[in-house]
Ligand binder design. Sequence first.
Ligand code: ADP
Ligand code: LRH
Length: 469
Amino acid sequence: MKRVAAVDLGASSGRVMAGTVGPGVLRVEEVRRFPNGGVRAGPALYWDILGLYRETLAGIREAGRLDGVGIDSWAVDYGLLDERGALLGNPVHYRDARTDGVPESVAAVVSARSLYDVTGLQQLPFNTLYQLVSEGDRLETASTLLLIPDLLNYWLTGAIGAERTNASTTQLYDVRARTWAASLASKVGIPPRLLPPLRDPGTVVGTADELSGLPVVAVGSHDTASAVVAVPASPGTNFAYISSGTWSLAGLELPAPELGDAALAANFTNEGGVDGTIRFLRNVMGLWVLSETLRTWSCPEELPSLLAAAAASPPLAAVVDIDAPEFLPPGDMPARLTAACRATGQRPPSGRAAVVRCIVDSLAMAHRRTIRTAAALTGRSVDVIHLVGGGARNELLCQSTADACGVPVLAGPVEAAALGNVLVQARALGEDLPDLAAMRELVRETQEIRRYEPSGTADWAAAEARLRG
Ligand code: ADP
Ligand code: LRH
């Protein structure tokens, strides 16, 4: 039996969970949860990285006796270290506007096709490559780049390295060779010396002096990689997954990257998973639009009652393309939804319940489009969708996703990323969990999962046509 702490830092909240793993046993309990999000200071949007480190340390100390700790977080963002190992500037939030226009300038140097050939990554304006290019001359004073979990691991242990699943989200990683794409980095003006040695999930990074020598284990440090470890898929099923939180990461698990022209045109990503798997998925804008709407209305605590009211409003009265770029930056989402409805000739939702219904329907519609495209691009069929993460608590979203996609949705676990983190640590520390199938079986046997059948009550195909205007 092992007892480990999983530090899971999401864009909306961070948590330290204590996990117990043994034969037939998988339990996680929340030790500490703390809010996370952007901090605007002057012209820039930052993360409160020192606050996150402080909360992480406090949570691990609160967890009691432990055999290890592992950290996962949202992807792409980083800190730069100087040659002394001190942090050069506060990590910038991926929703900051500093990369506006950068993808276009990079495209003039490296074509989208050759970028995709090497990295297999979805074009998102905030990919680490674009963020680094936007730093300009500042890169000259830096000696090392550390992604967020690697930065916290470094502060805990003094060890420098880049965990592979998160490295695969930078657009500086060669998805086939499984090395840094050093010549691509040079071509776009990023010094390859910044890129630290790669490490695999499941390796021990070092020990934390501040925590009485506790072993620190590299997990799938990209939160989505950890979440997909804990997708409770049964062997032999044709499953898709949606890791539903701030983003909806919707797609398939593949044994090898899919880098064809159609995948490039559909802007699908090939991220590296635990045990050499590939996550072939698209970033769908996610529950961010809903949480930002509630922030605009100053009523984040009213989420459950607003969802209940939305469930009682008519479905598909208005749907928008939730993946449109205007929904990426922070701001007044209800106003943006109104504009998007008008632009497609639809009557904008009136009243809060209708606005929430419009967001949930639009998100379910994007799930439909993305899962169907993933299936078509790979020639696979999808018989069931596993929806994990905070969105599994949203019954309206789960039911609407089953309805939109026309297949059952199995919702849960809610804390999938923490569970995947705990499982990979437990294996690294000697528990008998030989492969992903064994880990998923343990999740299936021990965690609460709820099934939603497609109800067939609304015409999603007609609404999809309307969305195009
Ligand atoms: P992240 O890891 O990206 O921060 P989470 O997986 O923690 O995201 O999911 C957060 C989302 O879960 C919230 O934005 C919210 O929409 C949803 N959520 C949390 N609690 C509830 C609840 N009680 N009912 C419905 N949805 C919820
Ligand atoms: C989800 C996530 C996602 C990334 C985004 C930046 O938390 O890691 O996989 O694309 O954050």
